[in-house]
Write a protein that binds this ligand. Structure first.
Ligand SMILES: Nc1nc2c(ncn2[C@@H]2O[C@H](COP(=O)(O)OP(=O)(O)OP(=O)(O)O)[C@@H](O)[C@H]2O)c(=O)[nH]1
Ligand SMILES: [Mg+2]
Length: 285
């Protein structure tokens, strides 16, 4: 039966992802340009970006609950519209440690305001290069403006840390019923982020949240608009509602979408690690 198939597909995928270790998707042998010992303990780093209130922290919780059970929601979500995340928060996968291979880590970031300023641009790079560490306040306002000023426009020339410490995949979270997204204002604003991420070779996985607020026509339109904004391919664009605190049950179709999204993101992450290793080798030749 269809629903049995869906449930068994979810079970299989969930087990695979719960036990995920780097190299499981592309094959560890395919990282032939890795430095001696580089793959030991390496984790796929996924940064969750998006506007304030888009549902980034709820997304981390949704992934954790879908993988590890409803009680396991590690991130703090917004309450009553006040800004939620201000510290950079790291959430590590729970796959066993019987050998030296790592799993994945999510970086939950502070939401961007709609008008990207220089401080926010600088912040994006510092997160991408692993220069802000977990628990650090993501500064805004005068201090951050000043720092960005001092760094000049050269945020992209910040010294890059080793491949293992850089962000490998960006998840861009969009609230599907955000009016600024619906009426097209978002497109312009996103251009610069898209260019920067592309230039760094970071794949963007697009996640549309708040599917519970859409009808099927709006859903199709939202997906189309999102692909136009972020440049993600269809296979890298996902639409679902987050699994929020008070909900005991979570739709199986959403569960499948969440797991597929994570699997896709980890595959992109592995390929990103490998291509940076290849580039590193070529640049030394
Ligand atoms: N209906 C609905 N509400 C959602 C969904 N995702 C998140 N929310 C709600 O939207 C609000 C914002 O969610 P957060 O996950 O805190 O958003 P955030 O992007 O982490 O926000 P900042 O940390 O401030 O940038 C919370 O009240 C959530 O309960 C969704 O898919 N559907
Ligand atoms: Mg948050």
């Amino acid at each position: 039966m269809a629903s049995n198939n869906l449930e068994s597909e979810i079970r299989t995928l969930r087990e695979k992802l719960k036990n995920y270790k780097v190299g499981n998707i592309e094959g560890l042998h395919s990282f032939s340009d890795a430095l001696e010992g580089e793959m030991e303990g390496l984790q796929i780093r996924l940064a969750v970006f998006g506007m304030t209130g888009a549902g980034k922290s709820s997304l981390v919780n949704t992934i954790w609950k879908t993988l590890y059970g409803r009680e396991n929601a590690p991130a703090i979500e917004q309450s009553s519209g006040a800004e939620g995340t201000q510290l950079l928060e790291d959430f590590h996968s729970q796959s066993g440690t019987e050998d030296d291979r790592g799993g994945f880590v999510f970086h939950d970031t502070r939401g961007f305001n709609f008008d990207f300023n220089r401080a926010e641009e600088n912040e994006l790079f510092r997160i991408l290069y692993g220069i802000v560490s977990a628990g650090q306040l993501i500064e805004r306002g005068d201090w951050a403006e000043k720092m960005a000023e001092d760094a000049g426009q050269a945020a992209h020339r910040l010294e890059k840390p080793p491949v293992a410490d850089q962000v490998h995949v960006a998840l861009w979270v969009i609230k599907a019923n955000d009016i600024r997204f619906v009426n097209g204002q978002y497109l312009d604003k996103f251009n610069f982020v898209r260019q920067k991420l592309n230039a760094e070779g970071v794949t963007i996985i697009t996640v549309l949240t708040h599917d519970d607020k859409l009808d099927s026509e709006e859903r199709n339109q939202a997906k189309k608009n999102a692909m136009e904004v972020t440049g993600s391919k269809k296979a890298q664009t996902f639409v679902f509602a987050n699994w929020l605190g008070e909900q005991e049950e979570y739709d199986v179709r959403y569960q499948r979408e969440v797991l597929k999204m994570l699997h896709t993101a980890l595959g992109c992450g592995e390929r990103s690690v490998r291509s940076r290793q290849i580039q590193r080798k070529l640049s030394k030749q």
